[in-house]
Design a protein around this ligand. Structure first.
Ligand code: ZN
Length: 263
């Protein structure tokens, strides 16, 4: 009985080991494919000088790119350098017609009248930021909705810029960069915006879409005043971006910077 059992058990073992080898070969090949997939950034072939310097590791911080002075022409540069880059689409358009109508959408739809009929055109607006002082706004338009989104996101990445934060409200002396360092004004079209530093706990006292912009810029408390036609959303957002950029472009001396404790 014992001698008979041994060869019987031995044969299936061989078969099993062959099968195991066969199975083991297949996942190894698959694993290599899986490793290749997430490294999409490795497949990026930079076409500009700035892109090549970023890819090679010569430039490893976004502030160096801004100092370098050239325009960013490839959105991958921003993806490569800014970690935890968040993005949001702003509600700049509205749905037409029945059921109450006017529901806000991320696409602003316009139409051109031609002999062939109405030719629709879509515009989208995107905001990108890392919640920590870098923010960008961009618009994109196309005959279809999806390319408009992609273009908007691309333009937002290309237009990324640094803003400075601080604790500029006299009610609050914490010195953390939770608000603006001082009052700033911005404009675009007829829209005029004033952004005022607020003490801790106030929150974002701004329009819903501007809240998205402020959050991605890393500002937690702000008061605002607006003048002009703020219903034209694209101008309103650009006016706020314009105001935020003035936190960097305004001249300040070292004493003031110490007082405000820039972040
Ligand atoms: Zn404070």
């Amino acid at each position: 009985m014992v001698t008979e059992n041994k060869p019987e058990t031995a044969k299936p073992e061989n078969v099993e080991t062959k099968l195991e080898k066969g199975i083991a070969m297949v996942p190894q090949e698959k694993k290599v494919e899986i490793v290749r997939e997430p490294t999409a950034m490795d497949l990026w072939e930079p076409r500009t000088e700035l892109g090549k310097r970023v890819k090679s590791g010569e430039i490893n911080d976004i502030s160096q790119v801004i100092e370098y002075g050239t325009r960013i022409m490839e959105p991958e540069i921003v993806d490569f350098l800014v970690s935890e880059l968040g993005s949001e689409f702003l509600l700049i358009g509205q749905a037409k017609g029945k059921f109450g109508g006017g529901r806000r959408r991320i696409f602003k739809q316009t139409q051109k009248k031609t002999k062939a009929g109405n030719k629709p055109h879509f515009t989208a607006m995107a905001v990108v930021g890392n919640d920590n002082g870098y923010v960008g706004v961009g618009t994109g338009s196309s005959k279809e909705t999806l390319p408009a989104r992609q273009k908007a996101l691309r333009m937002a990445k290309l237009n990324i810029s640094q803003i400075s934060r601080g604790c500029g409200a006299w009610e609050c002396g914490c010195g953390e960069p939770h608000s603006l360092p001082f009052k700033v004004k911005g404009r675009c079209g007829s829209v005029r915006v004033e952004l005022l530093p607020a003490p801790k706990g106030v929150g974002l006292c701004v329009d819903k879409d501007i809240k998205k912009l402020m959050k991605l810029a890393g500002i937690k408390d702000v008061w605002s005043k607006t003048y002009g036609q703020t219903k034209s959303k694209i101008n309103f957002v650009n006016a706020c971006k314009n105001a935020l950029e003035k936190t960097i472009s305004t001249r300040t001396n070292k004493d003031q910077e110490k007082q405000i404790k820039f972040g």
